[in-house]
Design a protein around this ligand. Sequence first.
Ligand code: B12
Ligand code: SF4
Length: 590
Amino acid sequence: MLVSVPARTGPQASTVMTQDALSSIAFIHAPDAFLAETQQYGAMFMPVWAYTLAAYVEEPERYDLRLYDTRFDRAEDVPRADLFVFSGVNQDYETIVSTHAVLRALHPDSTFVIGGPITWSLNQAGEGAKLEMFDHVFIGDGEEAFPRFLKMFAERQRLPRVLETKERFDVTRARGFYRPFLDATFSRYYGGVLEVSRGCPFLCEFCDIRVLPDNNRPHNFAPEHIVAELDHMARLGIRQVLCAADNFIGDLRWAEEVLDRIIEWQERTGLRVALYTWLTINLSKHPRLLKKMRQANFDMLFIGVESFSNNSLLETAKVQNTARDMVEALREIQSYGFAVVAGLIFGFDSDTPDAFEMTLDGMSNAGLISGDPSLLTALPGTPLFRRMKLSGRLRNNKNSLGGYKYCTNIRYLMPRDEMVAGYQRFVRRFCEGDYQYARLRSFLDNLDRGNYVPLNSEGYGSLGKYISMVFKSPGAVKMLLRRALQIASRPAVTWYSLQAFLLVLSRSRRHRRLFGVFQFWLFNWTNAMLKYEGLTDADFDIESVPEGFDRSLILPEHYTDEAGEDIPQAKIAAQQRATVGQLRRLTVLQ
Ligand code: B12
Ligand code: SF4
């Protein structure tokens, strides 16, 4: 029987529906359909949030727990549940809303709740009302909030509509994934995803990781938990795992301990899994760690390079990237055999029109075989968002939360025409065969520094696994065909692909297991060609400040005022010193 609890007054009031019994809970993973098919070129990743939250349901055997992923299951076919649980990132908003609408219409007496990064961002942007169709909205970690909610819900206690948890969950107590979900669905996805750490000690101006409560320091999962989860995944047959972390080397001692445990586990069991993670350029200063990461089978590393201009890096307070010659640091890291996936950004106030050429040169000199720039956006809650707001430079478009390609929520300092022309110059050169070939050769040259450690696994990028996945999605199949056509129909692409293959073959005499490098290089090149094919001025939903813009607004008054972030003041001051110092220089330039 349904019970309706009367609405409370106040901003978070609502009518709360509770039931006699809570017996069925359905987790709905509803990523944006188009982006899900195209963003990762057909590679689909597992719904970590659902595997995680389900593990915290006390006495799960008392419930009928189900998991649906709208990339495989039609919302129309999802049977009734007492509780529908949603999550997502900002770009999933429209799909979440439409999936919710279908399920609500079919099951009007069910309760619908949502959490995840999207709720945090909307709340930061003051746009929480965009989720008003949900009965309850959760902000923050869910490991404790979710079971607490379930208990209160089942007991028919009155619950606020918005439930915010500011305390971080102690991840050293983390439970493993809910096995029935993982075991039943893992084969749908590209490898596995395992969360190993939360938080980052740095303070980049554009980054929203720093603004989550108590997230400016590492929260590390226990090494034995990580190994136990890897062991389970490996025994299921998973051979590629994304180790989800904001910065894997935010705590060097912990990172080394994790590596030692993984190496020990591999030797003990003979199991091997290729790993990918996120970390900072500082890794280049730690040769022992670099070697151990390879021995532990880390294959690819995402590093926020952001820019090859020191001024832009200072502006965004990415000081760790200015401490050492960036190209040299990247070469050193890659000399061990890692493929660095570089995060790159255009649109900093300090960017000059040659930013595009600097990036092309930097990528080629460093031998980066992956990395694709995006345009600077201001994520809600970040100091950059506040700066843009204070100077009236926020754009209120559909992308107010950021995350779309060629579309931004801020007005750039560089005139729009220059931005678009520069980006297009970048794209043209980036896709040319001789450029691609040169950067592959530069990558391979890095391996001659005497540090190369071959992987003991098939590598993170598996062509076979990828192709089998692509065939499950019509959009991805279409992309694959376009990709094949591109190689076959352009003599230059065929020519340079062949040259590259021969180059890799010849280097294989010196270094074992290089074929994966060739695959990954070709995958990235053809991705770029697909993505940028037919790119025109009209594709850019961007704006710049008007002519005659008052340059003093680059550094608006009150930028350095207390922003309410839960971070030691001295650290914030250090970030502001870098940003303010650089911006002050810009305000006087004409
Ligand atoms: C691994 C990862 C990826 C992987 C795989 C993601 C996947 N499994 O699908 C890849 C590389 C593919 C990826 C891609 C992208 N990612 Co990503 N990614 C991450 C990362 C590092 C970990 C995600 C994760 O699994 N975390 C572990 C789970 C358990 O955390 P969680 O989902 O937040 O859930 C917790 C809480 O939020 C809460 N919760 C969640 N849902 C619910 C629901 C209820 C009811 C309750 C009570 C609680 C609750 O409880 C959980 C446990 O505490 C995060 C950063 C981070 N540290 O989280 C970024 C992050 C999620 N990614 C982000 C972005 C922007 C992207 C991209 C858009 C990047 C791009 N421009 O292409 C794409 C989008 C891809 C897509 N379609 O989803 C942003 C999202 C920001 C936002 N607000 O939207 C994040 C937060 C990083 C950041 N701060 O910038 N990503
Ligand atoms: S280093 Fe990366 S995760 Fe850390 S604050 Fe900077 S952008 Fe964010």
